[in-house]
Ligand binder design. Structure first.
Ligand SMILES: [Fe+2]
Length: 288
């Protein structure tokens, strides 16, 4: 098996992209229309999918027209070895191959409690401990080997985190143990730092940013409950200032960056364009 550096070299550079989930067009972004009007902001499509619903017609049409895609799973507990069953791997790899996905990625934690069933769906972060990091690392490597796809774990969103490690320290251990790259969601990281009472860039100084192959940017809505700050990761158009601070800091340091997504699938085209424009300015400034 090649090392991360060798494998990363062989992965395509996808550029700036957009995301979708099953049926998203009916309540949000018209993918093909967006690509027609803003091809530089829609160089690839990240397809959020689960085996239950499959891939919708819009995403299939994108792939059929030769558009680049990535496959973002919404139904795997990457923290739990027992969830990584042969059927899921086989069917997910087949779906990803069918649309020509460049790699697999997804929020790394728990997507369901109990059986893999949409009625049991809830996105929870991993327990930020060494044991959990080692188990997740083993799962990333096992999934990569069994599926034939590079696997990028993503730091997930949450209101509350449990465990002794800083989120970035946890993921540094995961990607080191798996000899893997990572998908850094700077909006999720901004929320983590805020709810933990940290400055936006806390923990980034020792983090291996050269392992970040993909970045997500997204909007979120702050609210308070019983005097504590929270942020709803609603993929709206209100991008937190801390998210911009983190993005501007990491872009020059992510030397292997292949892909950057603004997750705006729930919004209208006019609403997301100014955000893509601001991202573009930061990218160019960082030489990415
Ligand atoms: Fe994300």
């Amino acid at each position: 098996m090649d090392s991360f550096v060798e494998r990363a070299r062989d992965l395509p550079i996808l550029g700036t992209g957009i995301s979708t989930e099953f049926g998203a067009r009916h309540s949000g972004l018209d993918l093909l229309e967006f690509r027609r009007r803003y091809p530089n902001f829609a160089q690839f499509l990240e397809i959020g999918a689960d085996l239950d619903r499959g891939i919708d017609d819009d995403a299939r049409a994108w792939a059929a027209a030769g558009g680049s895609v990535t496959y973002h799973f919404l139904d795997l507990n990457l923290e739990e070895s027992e969830d990584l069953d042969a059927h899921w791997i086989e069917d997910t790899a087949a779906a990803a191959r069918e649309v020509g996905a460049a790699w697999l990625c997804g929020d790394a934690g728990l997507w369901h409690i109990g059986p893999r069933d949409r009625g049991h769906g809830i996105l929870m972060p991993p327990i930020l401990s060494q044991d959990s990091a080692l188990e997740m690392a083993a799962n990333v490597a096992a999934l990569r080997e069994a599926s034939g796809f590079e696997v990028l774990p993503e730091n997930p969103p949450a209101h509350v985190f449990v465990g002794p490690l800083h989120l970035l320290d946890y993921f540094a251990r995961v990607i080191d143990g798996a000899d893997s790259g990572m998908l850094l969601d700077v909006a999720h990281l901004a929320v983590y730092q805020r709810v933990q009472g940290n400055a936006p860039l806390t923990g980034l100084d020792g983090f291996p940013l050269e392992r970040v192959l993909e970045i997500h940017v997204a909007g979120g809505t702050p609210f308070e409950w019983q005097g504590r700050p929270f942020v709803d990761d609603d993929h709206g158009t209100q991008v937190l200032e801390e998210t911009w601070t983190i993005l501007e800091h990491v872009l020059p340091l992510t030397s292997n960056l292949k892909a950057l997504v603004f997750e705006g699938e729930r919004n209208a085209i006019e609403e997301v364009v100014p955000i893509f424009e601001r991202i573009d300015i930061l990218r160019k400034k960082a030489g990415r």
